[in-house]
Design a protein around this ligand. Structure first.
Ligand code: IVH
Length: 667
């Protein structure tokens, strides 16, 4: 028997839905408030406990945050495309994998907010998680409850709500309120949110749910991720069901039979998106049939059945505030433009590399200049143009230093290369960078050995080269600033662990001039162990496919000059000196012809979907060749995030550059 109180709750839920989900209120705000007051009074007078899905229960006490919980299945990200060509490559790949079966696509707006997962049990909202790292998310249930368009209880319709349901969607702040919050934050001396996603995340992760409640967060559900005992044939059908159950889905979803229609949808929203009350950063193109989605599957990062097609407002104008010079591990002096912070492609950009002295001169970049910053795909931002017309005359030409900014020793300029170098082997800037490189993820992967720790280790002369790391002990380490015994123990453990790293990681980690990851792999693949490589002659090294004379010379020089360091590493117990590297040996199938067969590739920057070495293996198994430097012989450069000098070189030589998405499509 439904009591008066139940009836009232149902009535309020109905009006909440009309107002917040359907945008079509049936009663005035005052009448709605009166109903809420009435319910509060009845609940206060009643002995019965208040159920968590009562409309009065949106704001509880403080929020419980910080619990990390595993997602039912990973919350993947979306691969990006930026133009019609990339979109076509996506659809061609889909067609190929589906052996040219007819495919229907659905397009949606890509809402710029924060991805979340919502679980309903028996129709009641029981758990909400952020996307987190995709595998584990943060429990934000209490704060999600404050979102008025998120139903605390689903409505049973002719399609009965499954007993367990998990939907995924995007939480966002409407544009006008985002602006309002930023104005307020600036007035209070707090930095404005850099982008809509940060604003949504910041609001959702507040410890005080009542503040979250004061931020008019909203949500669109975009995926029915799990529905116990319930099947839909298509994505559009599942969206229809979600709407029937009372979930808020975006209304601009459209099915398309052809890619031309998808392109039209994109162009329409490219122009009209400014009229929307929320931020969108592109559209999402999805294969509609679930059976086809399953057939296509996913990589570890992205589904193969969907792609984001981004609106590329990837340019921004800002000012060069100063130019700093950084010293790299090989002593190269790299000028960096420190910029007035500006939002570009969803991230706040505060600096841009100027690569070298020549680049500053060719582009005539001066301190105080207004410049155009561009970010293409996932590549690091670069200065594409100086707005010389905006010069006031106060701009200052940058004098490239003649001395190392860290050790003060004179720098060296040579005819053969553009880089200006500090050639002082004892320069602490170089040593710090060498240690950081040694400890980095793609080298020996010593977690916990960050720049702040390295600074102290070098400054206190606890470490003079990488072999010294293996003599570090917990006691003295724990005395470092921001360290303590547990972190010191962990660091010692991590250093110990690094002793089992494979030879190619150590070879890369040693930071030998011209020996990047690919070269290190090629060398170990050929020589099998570091010992064998260290005994190899110049000619033997040069004979390895993909290794040129410059690299060979650099390797031979390194081994002849660093025998002591290598002996100390061996004595410290690094296993890879003697262990034959099996893992790097691989079969090259000369089998079928592919796009890659017979072509030469260079992989640079970091890829999101795989490591560089995995990418190299994929290329090699398809009959392609991977080399380390961009030359006239390179057929393609594959550029991931953070691509730098190789990207510039490829552009100069007119070598085609593949983005990660394009590369995946070719695979
Ligand atoms: S579908 C398997 N649809 O964009 C991934 N995502 O950059 C399925 N997003 O993590 C995601 N609007 O948080 C999908 N209509 C939409 C979306 C959308 C925004 C977010 C989502 C995702 C991110 C990827």
């Amino acid at each position: 028997m439904r009591t008066e109180i139940d009836e009232l709750r149902a009535l309020i839920r109905h009006h909440e839905r009309k107002y917040y989900v359907d945008n079509g209120p049936e009663i005035s705000d005052a009448d709605f408030d009166a109903l809420m007051k009435q319910l509060e009074a009845l609940e206060a007078a009643s002995e019965a406990p208040i159920p968590p899905d009562s409309p009065t229960q949106r704001v509880g006490g403080g929020a419980v945050l910080g619990t990390r919980l595993q997602h039912r299945n990973p919350m993947l990200s979306l691969n990006n495309s930026y133009d019609e060509k990339e979109l076509r490559e996506f659809t061609e790949r889909v067609q190929r994998l589906l052996e040219d079966a007819p495919v229907e696509y659905v397009t949606e707006l890509k809402i710029d907010g924060l991805g979340v997962s919502l679980t309903y049990e028996n129709g009641i909202f029981t758990q909400g998680l952020t996307r987190g790292d995709g595998e584990y998310g943060e429990d934000v249930t209490d704060n999600l409850r404050t979102i008025r368009s998120l139903p605390l209880r689903l409505v049973d319709t002719e399609t009965v709500v499954p007993p367990v349901l998990e939907v995924r969607g995007e939480v966002f702040l409407p544009k006008d309120c985002l602006n309002e919050i930023n104005v307020q934050r600036e007035a209070e001396g707090e930095p404005p949110f850099a982008n809509p996603r940060n604003a949504a995340a910041g609001s959702l992760r507040l410890l005080d749910a009542s503040i979250t409640a004061s931020r008019p967060l909203d949500i669109f559900a975009y995926t029915l991720n799990y529905a116990e005992g319930f099947e839909s044939a298509t994505h559009t059908e599942s969206l229809e069901n979600m709407k029937r159950w009372g979930l808020k889905c975006n209304s601009h979803t459209r099915p398309h039979k052809s890619i031309e229609d998808v392109q039209k949808y994109y162009e329409y929203w490219l122009e009209k998106r400014h009229e929307l009350p929320y931020e969108t950063d592109g559209i999402v193109v999805k294969v509609n049939q679930f059976s086809q989605q399953r057939e296509l599957g996913a990589t570890s990062k992205y589904p193969r059945w969907a792609i984001a097609y981004k609106f590329n407002a990837q340019q921004a104008i800002t000012t060069v505030e100063k130019i700093e010079v950084q010293v790299g591990r090989t002593g190269a002096l790299t000028p960096v433009a420190i910029l007035k912070p500006v939002i570009l492609a969803g991230a706040t950009i505060t600096n841009a590399t100027l690569h070298n002295e020549q680049e500053i001169q060719t582009k005539d970049i001066r301190i105080g200049d207004r410049i155009v910053l561009e970010r293409a795909g996932d590549v690091i931002p670069k200065i594409v143009e100086v707005l010389t017309a905006e010069r006031t005359g106060d701009e200052v030409v940058f004098d490239f230093p003649d001395r190392c900014p860290v050790c003060g020793k004179p720098v060296q300029r040579t005819e053969t290369e553009v880089a200006v170098r500090c050639v002082n082997v004892a320069c602490v800037a170089q040593l710090k960078r060498r240690i950081a490189h040694y400890a980095s993820r793609n080298a020996l992967q010593i977690e916990g050995l960050g720049p702040a720790t390295i600074d102290q280790l070098v400054d206190r002369e606890l470490v003079r080269d990488v072999a010294d790391l293996y003599a570090l002990e917990v006691e003295p380490l724990s005395k470092l600033e921001r360290m303590g015994v547990p972190s010191a123990r962990n660091l010692v453990h991590q250093i110990e662990q690094s002793k089992t790293a494979p030879a190619e990681k150590l070879l890369f980690g040693l930071g030998i001039f011209h020996v990047g990851e690919t070269v290190a792999e090629l060398l170990i693949e050929h020589f099998s162990s570091l010992d064998a490589l260290s005994r190899a002659t110049l000619e033997e090294i040069e004979s390895v496919d993909g290794i040129g004379p410059q690299i060979a010379e650099s390797v031979v020089n390194f081994f002849s000059q660093n025998q002591l360091l290598l002996d100390r590493l061996r004595e410290a117990g690094l296993q890879c000196f003697t262990v034959v590297a099996e893992s790097t040996r691989m079969e090259v199938s000369a089998a079928t012809d592919s796009f890659f067969t017979g072509k030469t590739f260079v992989v640079t920057g970091s890829l999101e979907g795989m490591t560089r070495s995995e990418a190299s293996k994929e290329i090699k198994t398809r009959g392609g060749k991977v080399t380390s430097s961009v030359t006239g012989k390179t057929d393609y450069l594959i550029a991931g995030e953070g691509a730098g000098s190789k990207y510039v070189k490829a552009e100069e030589l007119g070598i085609p550059i593949l983005t990660e998405a394009e590369f995946f499509a070719k695979l």
